[in-house]
Design a protein around this ligand. Structure first.
Ligand code: C2G
Length: 439
């Protein structure tokens, strides 16, 4: 009787394939006669917190195939698939590097488990970081700056080297970290390759223009400017200098939001006739100061995002209603904007001084999509129909409200000298046009 082939299986992302991976595959293969390599799908990597992956699944498959060490390559797509595979392929030995020691003991119920020593001194994340360490500076006064700072620590290849703020408490807070913390913007620009602008919208134009003029890439919290001619000037300046000007709206990078927009394009709810987006966060009027962003600036870009992404920027008519603060000139406590299109209508309700249900409802001729509050950082939405039995729920992982994915897209834009922003220039411009027009 012919000796049974000893079948071995191992799994990995195998991003930027390096000698550590190859050594693992060589030793895995030496454990038996036939080696199956499971390569992780992009979405599966995201669900297990690996979102820095640089290469596509196909590139990673090709790299492993080119080693000639795998007799068969499969895709790992979900938690628990390893058990299915061990049974499906009649595996004798499951193996993985020693950084996973103990994590896969549960597979011993189905086959032998071997942990192979990990090769020290090399990893995909180190390769990514050495490749292109981008020095970024953060300018602004509000707490979003702290969130962005924290999110940078999750992204390989970027390092915060400076903070600039007119708020003393911010300068003092970051002075305790090993970076330049100052209120001097010119000095700040000398320390960085790129700038994250989250200063007050009234200062965006000046901060972005000075950064681009100094040859720095820019990622700017929307709205990028407060006048159409200003964003046009900045866009042209970035192009002229071969720099990236990147509009930051973190919701655009939330996987659930992205998949929702793709689903709508498939026609799942028919023709979209109406979109209603509401974003509010109640703050005490007494707490509003010169650094506080007004409702339309703070929430407007987010609430307008689904409307402009799905219905486009060529609306026919715009109507705006605002309630203004009695104490801070020009500060809207609540604003409702309606945009009329040829065959659709949309409303964006935003408020720092009003509390409402922060939901997103996209109404179509076959059904509607419902995203519960806070929809702008959702990991979940429902597609609902007349017959509720056909309703579908979609869940996705969302880390850091989407900011780390936004940073990754900014980094990739700089690396490839091509804007990988999920927000088209026309959308950025439309946001400036709507936010800045008080009528
Ligand atoms: N590896 C290694 N030495 C390194 C780097 C990685 O031996 N310097 C091994 C890992 O232990 C793993 C394989 O190479 O067995 C692939 O590594 P990654 O691509 O980082 O994959 P990983 O995220 O470890 O996924 O479910 C997925 C797998 O369990 C492993």
């Amino acid at each position: 009787m012919e000796n049974k082939k000893i079948k071995v299986i191992t799994y990995g992302t195998f991003d930027l394939l390096h000698r550590g991976h190859v050594r693992l595959l060589e030793r895995a293969r030496a454990l038996g006669d036939y080696l199956i390599v499971g390569i992780t799908a992009d979405d599966y990597d995201k669900t297990r917190g690996k979102f820095n992956v640089e290469q596509s699944l196909m590139e990673r498959i090709e790299a492993v195939r080119s080693t000639g060490l795998a007799d068969e390559i499969i895709i790992e797509e979900y938690e628990g698939q390893k058990i299915d595979d061990v049974k499906r392929y009649g595996i004798d030995i499951f193996t993985v590097g020693s950084d996973w020691t103990g994590k896969f003991d549960y597979i011993q119920e189905f086959c032998k488990v071997v942990y192979l020593d990990r090769t020290e001194g090399i990893s995909s994340s180190e390769i990514r970081t050495q490749k292109n360490l981008l020095k970024i500076g953060l300018v602004g006064e509000i707490s979003v700056l702290d969130k962005f700072y924290k999110e940078c620590s999750f992204v390989n290849g970027i390092c915060v080297t400076a903070v600039c703020s007119q708020r003393k408490s911010v300068v003092e807070k970051y002075a305790r970290k090993n970076l330049l913390s100052t209120d001097d913007y010119s000095r700040f620009l000398n320390e960085v390759d790129a700038v994250y602008v989250v200063s007050h919208p009234n200062q965006h134009y000046a901060h972005v223009k000075e950064a681009l003029s100094a040859g720095k890439h820019v990622i700017c919290e929307s709205p990028i400017a407060m006048k159409k001619e200003e964003i046009d000037e900045l866009t042209a300046l970035a192009k002229e200098k071969g720099l990236i000007l990147f509009d930051a709206i973190k919701t655009a990078y939330a996987t659930a939001f992205n998949r929702l927009c793709l689903l709508i394009k498939t026609g799942i709810i028919g023709e979209v006739i109406s979109i209603d987006a509401t974003c509010t966060s109640l703050i005490d009027e007494a707490d509003i100061d010169r650094d506080t962003w007004s409702s339309i600036c703070g929430w407007g870009p987010i609430a307008l995002l689904p409307i402009l992404q799905i219905l486009g920027t060529d609306y026919i008519k715009k109507n705006r209603f605002s309630v203004y603060s009695q104490t801070i000139d020009g500060f809207d406590l609540f604003t409702k904007i309606t945009l009329e299109y040829k065959n659709a209508i949309a409303s964006a309700k935003v408020g720092n001084g009003v509390k409402s249900e922060g939901e997103l409802v996209i109404s179509g001729t076959k059904g509607y999509i419902y995203v519960p509050a806070p929809w702008w950082k959702t990991d979940y939405f429902e597609v609902r129909f007349e017959n509720a039995q056909n309703n579908k729920r979609y869940f996705y992982t969302l880390d850091g409200e989407g900011i780390r994915y936004e940073i990754l897209a900014f980094l990739k834009s700089i690396e490839t000298a091509k804007n990988h922003s999920y927000i088209a220039e026309s959308l950025s411009r439309a946001i400036v046009e709507i936010v800045s027009d008080k009528t």
